[in-house]
Write a protein that binds this ligand. Structure first.
Ligand code: CIR
Length: 253
């Protein structure tokens, strides 16, 4: 059974960072309900979950994907591009180590957020932008190259993270909402989707795609390609620039 790391929302969630969108009030109670439904959707498709101990003083800690990148048996622990989020990594590192992963840490002057990393087989795309810098990418390359990964840097200027702009379907096609993609030509195969949140899918298995309720037209598009969307409302997290990918770390290998 595949395992995903998750982290309960902080009571201070509403104070989370907002960079590229306007701040709107977050209902923490509703966010808790949405988070539980997201976790239920993982369980409902055969995933087990492991909780990283909550860190209530970090408003953005629910976005646990940003704390690490896992490839093979190595977990690279991120050094958040936003200093406010650096304290999130310690407990996440302990949790993934307890799952049997070797831990490597991004060190100063490197910065890296897990949301900037998109893995497609042996190719690891890393967004260089507001949160992840060239030194962080070089350290990620040094950690993963010995495992056979090919780390490719791509620009991210229009959105928070690379995976705010693009993710990939099970067949490796990169999907993105074109107005927010800096360089669609950087990807071997690219398909445009009609909504911003339609660019965000979590591969639950070979045919099920976890996606946000805010992208109904993209869901229809994916159905037409033979996939089954599993839809969750994550509206309170979207107000903080979160998406379906960032609420878990999938430990597949
Ligand atoms: N991987 C992600 O897309 N993470 C979303 C993080 C949102 C959070 N408010 C932040 O600005 O860091």
């Amino acid at each position: 059974m595949p395992t995903a790391l998750i982290r309960r929302p902080s009571p201070r969630l509403a104070e989370g960072l907002v960079t590229h969108i306007e701040r709107t009030p977050v209902d923490v109670g509703l966010a808790r309900t949405q988070w539980q439904r997201y976790v239920d959707a993982l369980h409902g498709t055969g995933w087990s979950t492991v909780e990283v101990p909550p860190i209530d003083e970090c408003p953005d800690s629910v976005f646990v994907e940003d704390t690490m990148v896992v490839y093979g048996d190595v977990a690279v622990i991120a050094r958040a591009g936003a200093t406010e989020r650096r304290a999130e990594a310690a407990a996440a590192a302990e949790t993934v180590a307890a799952q049997g992963f070797r831990v490597v840490r991004i060190a100063e002057p490197g910065t890296l957020d897990g949301g900037d990393v998109l893995k497609i087989g042996p190719v690891v795309y890393v967004g260089e932008g507001g949160r992840t810098n060239a030194a962080g990418i070089e350290q990620l390359r040094a950690a993963f190259a010995p495992l056979g990964a090919e780390v490719r840097a791509v620009p991210v200027r229009k959105v928070l993270h690379l995976k705010s702009a693009v993710t990939a379907l099970p067949d490796g096609t990169v999907i993105g909402y074109e107005p927010l993609v800096d360089d669609a030509g950087a990807f071997d195969r690219f398909r445009a989707v009609p909504e911003e949140a339609g660019a965000h899918v979590v591969l639950l298995n070979e045919d099920r795609l976890l996606m946000a309720a805010s992208a109904p037209r993209s869901a229809v598009l994916f159905e037409g390609l033979g996939y089954t969307p599993v839809v969750v409302d994550i509206g309170e997290f979207e107000k903080l620039e979160g998406c379906v990918t960032c609420l878990s770390v999938r430990l597949r290998d």
